[in-house]
Design a binder for this molecule. Sequence first.
Ligand code: NAI
Length: 319
Amino acid sequence: MDPVQEGRVVIVGSGLIGCSWAMLFASGGFQVKLYDIVQEQVTKALEKIGKELKELGKTGMLKGTLTADKQLSLISGCTDLKAAVEGAIYLQECTPENLELKKKIFGQLDLIVSNDVILGSSTSCLMPTKLFTGLKHVKQCIVAHPVNPPYYVPLVELVPHPETEPSTVEKTYALMKKIGQSPVRLTKEIDGFALNRLQYAIISEAWRLVGDGVISSDDLDLVMSDGLGMRYAFIGPLETMHLNAEGMLNYCDRYREGMIRVLKTFGPIPDFAGKTEQKINQAMCEKTPADPEHLNARRHWRDECLARLAKLKKEIKSD
Ligand code: NAI
């Protein structure tokens, strides 16, 4: 059985992503303090986590080797930030995606944290220089961007500020590995980090193909889910190139010209509005009406699929 770890982790913000991080750190045996500004929110979050852990235990999808009850006992709520950070080794900020709010929170943390704790931010698209510049503890700050839902999609993008110490990156990397996540290191910040840059490139071309009437919305999504996505769950685009010919050099030899020719036909950035927006929205709403009930049911289905895929990937890795 995993031993309970020495260090304590603090989660700031107990919403969707904060709860997932709390569960992940507990699965790795860490004590977790879940902080939020309102007690009611913390209580709700702990109840939700308790239910989810029990359910995961029943379905055999629980991460780590500690029981659901043990994992739950490692997580406690808190509304006193100073008490929460006392003696912590790592802090993961998960407050709403609002630069001013996050800057205020990191400013507060800067006044009360020790020189050892690492301050990670879950931000999806705020640059480290915007978040951390000027902080006394900037060396200890890093963006650790998860993918929703983090419990089943293990990738975490680690993005340093120019003044982040290499040891902060290395320690965060090791910690993420320890809790079963799959960290990747960016050497410098760039808008959209890596994941959203790739995602937006795909969305942009998908939008254009549907907008130009080349393919329907449903079929476009199938190109990913039954085509490229099948491979990408196991190997990335670069390894795909390597395997789809006699190695990378041979792939470039064979397909360089074709790739450049096709890429030259990509048009300007779509405006993601107007007729194409209406057309795609209609197709999406036919499949899943955009009300909370239908959206939540479909999200639940998606998460179940991802949970099973995560299990399959784990089995394949340990073969
Ligand atoms: P959320 O809205 O579900 O949760 C935010 C939580 O922060 C709430 O519980 C709120 O009470 C709390 N909060 C507000 N002000 C606070 C303060 N001053 N101190 C402490 N807590 C405070 O948001 P969600 O979706 O969990 O997102 C959190 C972060 O994670 C954002 O930066 C978001 O961009 C990022 N993220 C979100 C993903 C998603 O798909 N939802 C995926 C990857 C990253």
